[in-house]
Design a protein around this ligand. Sequence first.
Ligand SMILES: [Zn+2]
Length: 375
Amino acid sequence: MATITYLTTIEFGAGALKTLPEQLAALGVKRPLVVSDRGLERTGLVGTVLALCPPGAVAFLDVPTNPTESATHAALEVYRQNKCDGVVAAGGGSPIDLAKGVALLATHDEPLERLAAIHGGIARITPAVSPVIAVPTTAGTGSEVGRAALITLDDGRKLGFISPYLIPKRAICDPELTLGLPPFLTAATGLDALSHCVETFLSPRYNPPAEAIALDGLGRIWRNIEKAVAAGGDIDARTEMMMGALQGGLTFQKGLGAVHALSHALGGLKEPSLHHGTLNAILLPPVIRFNEGYVGDKMERIKEAMGLAPIADVASAFETLNRRLGIPAGLKTLKVPADKLNWVVERALADHSHATNPRPATALDYRRMLDEVMV
Ligand SMILES: [Zn+2]
C-alpha cells in the first residue's frame, strides 16, 4: 500500500478500504452520508462501508445510471435531515459525481444550474464544499481524483460542475473492490479510463507532468485490460487497471476532447440510457482519425507507450480491442435514434470538453464522427 499526495491524498492498494475510519477521523467527519447504489448493497459493500463509519452514518442508494438533479436533491434531503457533515461515495462514477453534487449543494445556496461550469459556476464554487471521500469500485471514471461532476439537469442537459474544491479530500483505491466486476463492465469502464489517458494527453494545454502520467496510465491499461476482462480475479491486472484509471483522473486538469464532448451529449439522452464508457470506446477511433495530423509527434509517443510498431494505426488498434472485448459495434446497436443526432451535436459544441480537443471541431465534423459510428 502507498500514500500519494498529488492533487489529493490517495490510499492505494489491496485492503486500502480498511483505512476509511482513520480518513474520516482525519477530516473530522462524524456523520457521513454514504452514497452508493442498490447493486453494491446486494454485494454487501454498502454494509461493509457503513460498518467502517461512525454510528449515525446513513446511506442514500437511489443513484441513477447517469446522476440527475432530482436524485442529487433527494440525497441532499437525507444529508440535511440527518445533519450529516461529509460524504462517502462508494461505487462507479455515478455515485461519486452525485456525492460531489450533494457536498456542493449542502454548502452553496444557489440553484444547481448556476454552479455549472458553462454558466460561470467555477468562480462561484468556494472551499466550503463538504468533504468527500471517494471509494471507487470500478477502474474507470477517475472521478475519485477529478475536479468535475457530471449531472443531468431536469431539462435534460448533462452539465459539468468543475472546481478544485470538488476533488474528493481522500480517494481510497482498493483493487479488491473491483474483483467481482463483471467482464462487460470491466471492459467498458476500463476503456473509459483509456480514453481519459488518450484525450488528456492529446489536449493542447501545456502540462508535461500530466502528459507523462497519461502515457504511463495508457500503457498500464493497454497491457492489462484483456487480462482483467478474461480473469476477473487476477489481482495484479486489477491493480494495474485501478492505477491506470487513477492516472487518467489525475490528468483531467489538462481537459478532455471530442470523445467526451460527444459522450456527455449522448449521456444526456433520456432514452436510451447509455453507458459512458461504452460510448467513449465507440467514439475513440473516429475522434483519433479526426485529430491525427494535428497533434505533432504525439501519435508516435502513444504508439511507444502502447508498444506498437511505428507504422501501426492507433485508431485501428483501438477498434480491434473493442471487438476483442465485445464492445457493441456502434450507436445504432445501442438504439440511438438518428433524429436525435443534431441535438447531440448542439450539446457537444456547448460541452466543457469541446474546447480542449486538439483540432477544433465544427458541427459538421461532429456529425461526421457520429455518422461514422451509426452502425
Ligand atoms: Zn470519461
